[in-house]
Design a protein around this ligand. Structure first.
Ligand code: FE2
Length: 413
C-alpha cells in the first residue's frame, strides 16, 4: 500500500514541535561520550577531589562550597549547531606576544635556575621559576620560546587558577567553553581536566584494552574555532605517582619530514576542521548530530617564528578542500602518520613534581603541534588539572615563509 501523503502544513507544524522538543532536551555532548551531559554543580564529586587539588584551591581562596565541578546550566549550553557556530564567530584582534620579544630571552632565562631542552626538536623545561612571578617582558619571551620549542614545562609550581587565567588573557582571547566542566560559575575560561570525572559521568569508555579516546588520542585543541587555539596552559595539580604522561609532536618538524614536492602540493591548501562536541541541525533535526566545521589553512605560518607548520590531526581534520574524498583520505592518513610515527619529533613528558604538594604546568602552541595524554594509570590514581586556552589568529599561509629547518640552516635531507 502506498503511504498516505501528509498535508504540508501539518508536517511543518510537526517539524516545529519536534524542534522545540529537541531544544528543551539536554545537549548532546562530546562525540566520544556515551552518556547525557550533566549540568549545574556536582555535590558528591567534591569528596573525590584529590587532596592536592583541594589544598591548592584552599590556598588561593577558590570557592568550591557549592559543589564541584560546575557545568553551565542547560539554557546556557548551545543545542543547535547554528548556536554553536555563532560563538566567537567575529574577527577578534590578536596580538602575538612572541613577535617582538628578545630573541635571546635574557629576562626569562636570566631569572631561571636552569633551561633544559628535553629533546633536540621539541620541548623545553624551565627550572627554578614560578609562572606566577613573571613580568610582561618575561611573558613575551615565554610566548616566543613556546613558538620555537612547541611546548614548555614548569614543575614545582604553586599557581592559583586566578593567576593561570590572568596569564591566559595576556596571550590572547581566552576560550570560554560552552559546556565543559569548570571550577565554579565565577571563573569563566578555566576548564577542569579530570579524567576520573569524564570517565564516569560521560561514559568515556577508556580501559586497558581500549586506551585510546577523548584526550588520549592524537589531537590539537579547538581547531574548529574561527580563530583557533594558540597557547594552551594545562596545570596539573594531581598527578599519578607513576605514568599519566603526555606526548607532544611538532608540526614544524612534521612539515620538514615531507618531500619538497609534497610540501609544494600542500602549500596554500585548506582543510575542514571540526569540533569535538556535536549539536542538532535545526533544519534537519532528525538527521543526527552535527559538528561545527570550519575551513583553515592546512600549512600555516606561525606569526612569531615565521616558520611553516603542518596543521592536521587525526581527530578533527575532516578533509582537504579541492581533492576527491579518496585522495583526501589517503593523503591525510599519510600526514597523520608522519606526526604519529616519527619519535624524533616528539617529546614524552612526566608531570611528577619534585616537591610533593606542588603542581606542574605545560604550555604548548596548538598552531604547531598535536598531543596525546597516555592512559596507563587506568584511573587508579587521580589525575586532575585546570586548563586555560588563549585563542590566536585566523590561520594563514604566507607563501614567502620558510620551514623551520630552512630558516635555521639545517640539513633538509
Ligand atoms: Fe587536548
Amino acid at each position: 500500500m502506498a503511504p498516505t501523503a501528509t498535508p504540508a502544513t501539518e508536517s511543518k507544524d510537526d517539524l516545529e514541535a519536534t524542534v522545540k522538543k529537541l531544544a528543551s532536551l539536554k545537549p548532546i555532548g562530546h562525540s566520544s561520550f556515551k552518556g547525557d551531559v550533566k549540568v549545574g554543580y556536582e555535590g558528591s564529586w567534591i569528596e573525590g577531589l584529590p587532596e592536592s587539588t583541594k589544598a591548592r584551591y584552599a590556598r588561593h581562596g577558590v570557592d568550591i562550597s557549592n559543589g564541584y565541578p560546575y557545568v553551565p546550566e542547560n539554557d546556557k549550553i548551545p543545542k543547535f549547531v547554528d548556536e554553536a557556530y555563532a560563538i566567537r564567530n567575529e574577527d577578534y584582534p590578536f596580538i602575538e606576544r612572541g613577535k617582538n620579544a628578545d630573541p635571546e630571552k635574557k629576562a626569562l632565562f636570566g631569572a631561571a635556575k636552569e633551561v633544559r631542552n628535553l629533546t633536540k626538536h621539541i620541548g623545553t623545561e624551565i627550572v627554578g621559576l614560578q609562572l606566577a612571578d613573571l613580568n610582561d617582558k618575561q611573558k613575551d619571551e615565554l610566548a616566543l620560546l613556546i613558538a620555537e620549542r612547541v611546548v614548555v614545562f614548569f614543575k614545582d609550581q604553586d599557581l592559583s587558577p586566578q593567576k593561570q587565567l590572568e596569564l591566559g588573557h595576556y596571550w590572547g582571547q581566552v576560550e570560554v567553553h560552552p559546556q565543559v566542566p569548570r571550577i565554579n560559575h565565577q571563573l569563566d575560561g578555566i576548564s577542569v581536566i579530570w579524567q576520573d570525572y569524564f570517565r564516569e559521568k560521560y561514559g568515556l569508555g577508556l580501559t586497558f584494552k581500549k586506551a585510546i579516546g577523548g584526550n588520549s588520542q592524537w589531537h590539537t585543541d579547538l581547531v574548529h574555532e574561527h580563530q583557533p587555539a594558540g597557547i594552551t596552559h594545562l596545570h596539573n595539580d594531581a598527578i599519578p605517582k607513576v605514568g599519566g604522561d603526555t606526548v607532544w609532536a611538532s608540526g614544524y618538524a612534521a612539515y620538514d619530514k615531507l618531500s619538497p614536492a609534497l610540501q609544494k602540493f600542500l602549500d596554500g591548501k585548506t582543510a575542514i576542521y571540526r569540533s569535538a562536541h556535536q549539536y542538532i541541525d535545526r533544519e534537519n533535526p532528525l538527521k543526527g548530530p552535527k559538528y561545527v566545521e570550519r575551513e583553515h589553512a592546512l600549512v600555516r605560518t606561525h606569526p612569531a617564528t615565521g616558520w611553516k607548520s603542518l596543521y592536521v590531526n587525526r581527530s578533527m581534520t575532516v578533509r582537504i578542500v579541492g581533492l576527491e574524498p579518496e585522495e583526501s583520505k589517503v593523503i591525510l592518513e599519510y600526514l597523520y602518520s608522519v606526526y604519529e610515527k616519527n619519535l624524533d619529533i616528539q617529546v614524552r613528558f612526566n608531570w611528577t613534581p619534585s616537591k610533593p604538594g606542588l603542581g606542574t604546568s605545560a604550555l604548548w602552541d596548538n598552531r604547531i603541534s598535536q598531543h596525546f595524554a597516555v592512559w596507563d594509570h587506568e584511573g587508579n590514581e587521580a589525575r586532575h588539572g585546570t586548563r586555560v586556552t588563549s585563542l590566536a589568529e585566523i590561520p594563514y599561509f604566507d607563501p614567502e615563509s620558510k620551514s623551520q629547518r630552512e630558516a635555521l640552516g639545517l640539513s633538509l635531507n
